[in-house]
Design a protein around this ligand. Structure first.
Ligand code: UDP
Ligand code: MG
Length: 324
């Protein structure tokens, strides 16, 4: 597929794709701010909100906003499917030559979109992604665990992801079409962007704190998110057991020879309870661990094998129908 971006910048349309989940406090601020920042740009733009099954006034507010701002539309999902699925729904339905996934809490500064567009046009790449140079809002522990995650992920997968790059990026039509063709239910978007390939460029930015409301990601959710990323992008945790097994079997074999030799030549009595227990506990633990890893993959196979649709749409603004 060749790039078909219009050369005339005035004809280029950009879709800001914004997943929202219980964000009644931030939507209005976001819409106002974006309209302010993008007031004088020479290209066209629109905003597509994806309501991820909010239980507060989010949808009501979205309905009011689309009345007041003609550039804004929404798609509401039938329940909370999680940010990755909401983002996928938005990207699948985004209109224009490029899409910019953004958080609604203004942690992804809209000012940077101009830089994204400029880099995209000048460098002729398919994706321009923001890299957080500092994350003042995050605790030291969160930053450290994020850094470990990136290091581990990149060591064990074939498609490394850039460190400290979130979803805030510009993705052009060619790449959106590629992402559309990935049918999996487990949508670790950062991994998917990397997997489809194409050309990209990074832009550093400093990530401010949330304008209002609270983060939807606690440690438990982040932990599961990390596991999802690793288990859906690498088979190393599965394969490594063959090597661990071979190593342990080798050592055990040598030890068996030692024991037999001792018994035959020196006539040893039934020896220690301690060594017996250690061996039983060690191997029991190893076996459970390996079954657990196997379970992670089997569980994911199970989910994927059902081939369920990624999401359902319960409502949209007048100008959108779910085109998936
Ligand atoms: N979000 C979503 N579905 C969810 C959780 C979050 O659509 O299940 C949206 C949320 O409304 C926000 C974005 O994803 O626009 C990022 O969420 P948040 O700011 O809570 O994440 P953090 O910045 O703390 O990582
Ligand atoms: Mg946030």
């Amino acid at each position: 597929m060749k790039q078909k971006t219009p050369t005339d910048i005035a004809k280029v349309e950009l879709a800001l794709v914004v997943p929202v989940f219980n964000e009644e406090q931030t939507i209005e601020l976001f819409v106002q701010h974006v309209h302010q920042v993008l007031a004088d740009v020479e290209w066209q733009w629109n905003v597509l909100f994806v309501d991820d099954g909010s239980s507060d006034q989010t949808l009501t507010i979205l309905k009011q906003i689309v009345e007041r701002y003609p550039r804004v539309g929404y798609i509401a999902l039938s329940r909370n499917f999680g940010k990755e699925v909401a983002l996928s729904a938005g990207l699948l339905n985004a209109r224009g030559e490029a899409a910019v996934p953004m958080d609604v809490d203004l942690q992804d500064p809209p000012e940077l979109i101009m830089t994204f567009v400029q880099c995209w046009r000048e460098a002729q790449v398919d994706m321009v992604y923001g890299v957080r140079t500092n994350r003042p809002e995050d605790t030291g522990a969160k930053r450290r665990s994020a850094s470990w995650f990136y290091r581990l992920f990149n060591r064990i997968t074939e498609t490394p992801i850039p460190e400290n790059a979130g979803d805030f990026r510009l993705i052009d039509r060619r790449m959106i079409e590629a992402l559309r063709q990935l049918p999996e239910r487990n949508r670790f978007m950062k991994g998917l962007y990397a997997w489809v390939g194409y050309t990209s460029l990074s832009v550093p930015y400093s990530r401010p704190a949330r304008v209002a409301g609270d983060s939807k990601f606690n440690y438990w959710r982040l932990w599961n998110f990390a596991l999802d990323g690793i288990f859906s992008f690498s088979t190393l945790p599965l394969r490594v057991w063959s090597y661990i097994g071979a190593l342990i079997a080798g050592i055990s074999f040598l030890y068996i020879i030692v024991i037999i030799t001792q018994v035959i030549f020196f006539g040893r009595d039934a020896p220690g309870y301690a060594s017996l227990m250690s061996a039983i506990l060690f191997f029991g633990g190893m076996q459970l661990l390996s079954i657990g890893v196997l379970g992670e993959y089997v569980g994911r196979l199970f989910i994927e094998s059902k081939q369920r649709p990624l999401y359902f749409v319960i409502d949209t603004s007048d100008d959108y129908v779910d085109i998936r």
